[in-house]
Design a protein around this ligand. Structure first.
Ligand code: NAD
Length: 259
C-alpha cells in the first residue's frame, strides 16, 4: 500500500533503538525524511546511517534527553516544519507503591507526559497552518490495564492519554490527527530488562521468565519493532485521516477485553 506520505518530514523521539527505531524505519520506508533523537550519540548515529543507506531519505540527528527542557528545545529547533511527530521516551522503573515519592512522580511525568505535551504544543501550530499533520504518542498497554509494578508508568501515561483525548478533538478540524499506540510486550531492550527483573525477583532463569511471559500472550510471542513501526506509519498515512484520538493496542491479545 502506498502510504501517500513520501517527501514529508517527521520527528521521531527516542528512536535509536526499540519501538522508536521501528517507527523511524517504517516512516523512512514510506519516503519520509527524519529527525531522529536519542541520548546516546554512537547508537543514534549508527541507526541514522543505516536508515539513510537502506531508504535514501534525509536523516538529521539530535542527541538530547527529551525529558528535559533543554532537550525538548533542541529537538523542537531541529523539527521546525515537520508534518509528523512521534513522541517517545524511556519508561519509568518498576517498584512498589510504597517506593515512590514526589520526585519519582515528577521524573515520570516529565518523561512520559509533559515531554510529549510540550512537543505537541510546539509543533501542532505548524501542522495546523499547513492543514495536515499526524501525531502518534507511544504510550503503553498499562493505560488500558494497569501493570502494578509500573505504577509510575500507569499514572504518567494515563495523564497523557487524557490530554490527547481532548486535544485531538481541538485540532482535527485543521487536518491534524493525534492518536496513541499502546504497546504490550515487544522484543526490545525494555523487555529484556523487565524479564531480567522478573527472573531475579522470582529466582528463576531468564529463559524461564520469558517463557512465563510468552504464556500470558495469546499470540505466544512478543511483538516486533517492525510490526509496531508499520502500525505507526499507517496512522501517519494519508489513509488514517479519520482516526482521531484513538488508543491502538498492540499486545498479541494479552489484554482480555471485548472492546
Ligand atoms: P528501548 O529501551 O528499547 O528504547 C528506548 C529508546 O529511547 C532508546 O533509543 C533510548 O536511547 C531512547 N531514550 C530513552 N529515554 C530517552 C530520553 N529521555 N530522551 C531521548 N531518548 C531516550 O525502549 P522500547 O522498548 O522501545 O520502549 C519505548 C517506550 O514504550 C518506553 O516508554 C516503554 O516504557 C514503552 N513500552 C515498551 C514496551 C515493550 O515491551 N517494549 C511495552 C509497553 C511500553
Amino acid at each position: 500500500m502506498d502510504l501517500g506520505i513520501a517527501g514529508k518530514k517527521a520527528l521521531v523521539c527516542a528512536s535509536s533503538k526499540g519501538l522508536g527505531l521501528g517507527c523511524a524505519e517504517a516512516l523512512a520506508e514510506a519516503g519520509v525524511d527524519l529527525v531522529m533523537n536519542a541520548r546516546g550519540e554512537e547508537v543514534l548515529e549508527a541507526a541514522a546511517a543505516d536508515i539513510r543507506d537502506r531508504f535514501g531519505v534525509l536523516v538529521q540527528t539530535v542527541v538530547a534527553d527529551v525529558a528535559t527542557e533543554d532537550g525538548q528545545k533542541a529537538v523542537i529547533d531541529a523539527a521546525q516544519g515537520v508534518d509528523i511527530l512521534v513522541t517517545n521516551a524511556g519508561g519509568p522503573p518498576p517498584g512498589m507503591w510504597t517506593d515512590w515519592d514526589r520526585d519519582d512522580f515528577i521524573k515520570a511525568l516529565d518523561a512520559n507526559m509533559l515531554a510529549p505535551i510540550a512537543l505537541m504544543k510546539a509543533l501542532l501550530p505548524g501542522m495546523m497552518g499547513k492543514g495536515w499533520g499526524r501525531v502518534v504518542n507511544i504510550t503503553s498497554v498499562s493505560v488500558k490495564a494497569p501493570i502494578a509494578v509500573l505504577g509510575l508508568s500507569n499514572s504518567a501515561r494515563a495523564g497523557l492519554t487524557g490530554y490527547v483525548a481532548g486535544t485531538a478533538r481541538q485540532v482535527a478540524g485543521q487536518g491534524v490527527t493525534i492518536n496513541n499506540l499502546q504497546p504490550g510486550i515487544h522484543a526490545t531492550d525494555r523487555a529484556v530488562s523487565l524479564d531480567t527483573g522478573a527472573s531475579q525477583a522470582q529466582g528463576i532463569s531468564y529463559d524461564e521468565a520469558q517463557t512465563q511471559r510468552f504464556a500470558t500472550i495469546p499470540a505466544g510471542r512478543y511483538g516486533t519493532r517492525q510490526e509496531f513501526g508499520a502500525t505507526c506509519a499507517f496512522l501517519c498515512s494519508q489513509h488514517a485521516g479519520f482516526i482521531v484520538g484513538q488508543n491502538v493496542l498492540l499486545d498479541g491479545g494479552a489484554t482480555n477485553t471485548t472492546v
